[in-house]
Design a protein around this ligand. Structure first.
Ligand code: IMP
Ligand code: MG
Length: 199
């Protein structure tokens, strides 16, 4: 039988989903647990916590995470990292787009990203922030692929380890589509081909 989310909403975005890997209720529960762990670790950050969501993939994860954190006084500074490579392929390199976040020096930085894949994004941001005098740099990702490049990249907080499949939803996209789905799932082969052809 189709997963609940697929039965409730019968629109094109849901029809393109092959299978739901992480249902929205599981995401909500895990975000609460991550926020509790992160909150405890930053108890002594003395109002010097700066959360840096990596756009655009962490949009939903970061929005839910910061609201679940026990800390009320924090800064939020967005950053955008562009990865080179096709939309559904592993990235081959990363660079920061636009200005670096301010408030780095002496601040405890928590990078929030959607998925750990090649590790390029986290390695790049971590070294930039450390070079710019952050008091500490930690990272939280919603998803981590079970592949050597991801498993060998340092990351303090992980939501879910998943198989090496291309996933969309809850912020993750294919050609900027599917970010608004409330769950994480895989795309049907025909949707991958259709969206790819119009990209
Ligand atoms: P990195 O390869 O670890 O630097 O991750 C780069 C970025 O690639 C992630 O932040 C995502 O935006 C994107 N990405 C990697 N794997 C997937 C996927 O399965 N679906 C959608 N986006 C992905
Ligand atoms: Mg991203």
């Amino acid at each position: 039988m189709a997963p609940e989310a697929l039965r409730i909403h019968d629109d094109r975005l849901h029809e393109d989903i092959e299978k739901v890997l992480v249902p929205s209720a599981a995401i909500a529960e895990r975000v609460r647990a991550l926020a509790a762990a992160i909150g405890a670790d930053y108890e002594h950050a003395d109002g010097r916590l700066t959360v840096v969501p990596v756009m655009t993939g962490s949009l939903l994860f970061a929005a839910d995470l910061v609201r679940a954190l026990p800390q009320r006084r924090m800064r939020i500074q967005l950053t955008t990292v562009s990865s080179y490579g096709g939309t559904a392929t592993a990235s081959r390199g990363s660079s920061i787009v636009g200005a670096l976040p301010k408030h780095l020096e002496g601040h405890h930085i928590l990078i929030v990203d959607d998925i750990l894949d090649s590790g390029g994004t986290l390695r790049l941001l971590r070294s930039e922030f450390e070079q710019r005098g952050a008091a500490s740099v930690r990272a939280s990702v919603l998803l981590r692929k079970r592949i050597p490049s991801a498993l060998s990249t340092p990351v303090e907080y992980v939501g879910f380890d998943i198989d090496d499949e291309f996933v969309v939803g809850y912020g993750l996209d294919y050609d900027d589509l599917y970010r608004n789905l409330p769950y994480v799932g895989t795309l049907r082969r025909d949707a991958l081909a259709r969206v790819g052809a119009s990209a």
